[in-house]
Design a protein around this ligand. Sequence first.
Ligand SMILES: C[S@@+](CC[C@H](N)C(=O)[O-])C[C@H]1O[C@@H](n2cnc3c(N)ncnc32)[C@H](O)[C@@H]1O
Length: 214
Amino acid sequence: MKNKLDKKWVHNHVNNFYVKLAKKEGYRARSIYKLQEIDAKEKLIQPGQIIVDLGSSPGSWSQYIRQKLSYNNKNINGTIIALDILKMKPIPNVNFILGDFRNKCTINNLKKILNGRKLDLILSDISPNLSGISVIDSANIKCIINVILEFTKEYIKPSGSILLKCFYGNNYKEIFHKFYCIFKSVSLKKPKASHKNSSEIFLLGKKLKNKQLN
Ligand SMILES: C[S@@+](CC[C@H](N)C(=O)[O-])C[C@H]1O[C@@H](n2cnc3c(N)ncnc32)[C@H](O)[C@@H]1O
């Protein structure tokens, strides 16, 4: 019981720390620190890139990407497309698509903005609403991840990367396996802002394997 309470205290403490920091630094969510830590090490976001931010609301990842691509306070060098099933308060230079990524029409709207171009970087922080029933939740997570991976195979540049949030659960081995089939380099990331007791984990895939190239 004590142990459980301690764990809960640590969890809340870590959450509160990042929530306060995000507020202080003008970010819309504490998730920013997950992306920031991974990006600091992996140098994922570079000027000139075409980037999609899936599951973008309320918008802290898009805020961070915009800062990284900004060359003065007004303009950016690159393209940012954010997408979420929920509304997002506008961010300058960020194209926002409101829609469920599992729907064809949402992907068609994304294709319109891409206008034949391919993506350098796909970021997904999508978390489907959890029901608490593990079979249903695992199936929903698997479904959205499969849609993201099919999209990735078609719309990412051969040199591109994907950072995808997933969860340890019934399907995670299958998801890792798919990553290894698609990308030359695969690694797992667990940033400090993601509490160590949570099943959340980020998969990073870099460069398409030859057989995926169109
Ligand atoms: C953890 S939040 C993302 C936080 C965001 N990265 C930020 O920094 O502000 C997860 C988001 O995934 C979105 N989401 C869940 N299922 C989705 C789907 N099928 N299509 C698009 N967005 C989805 C949710 O609406 C939610 O806003």
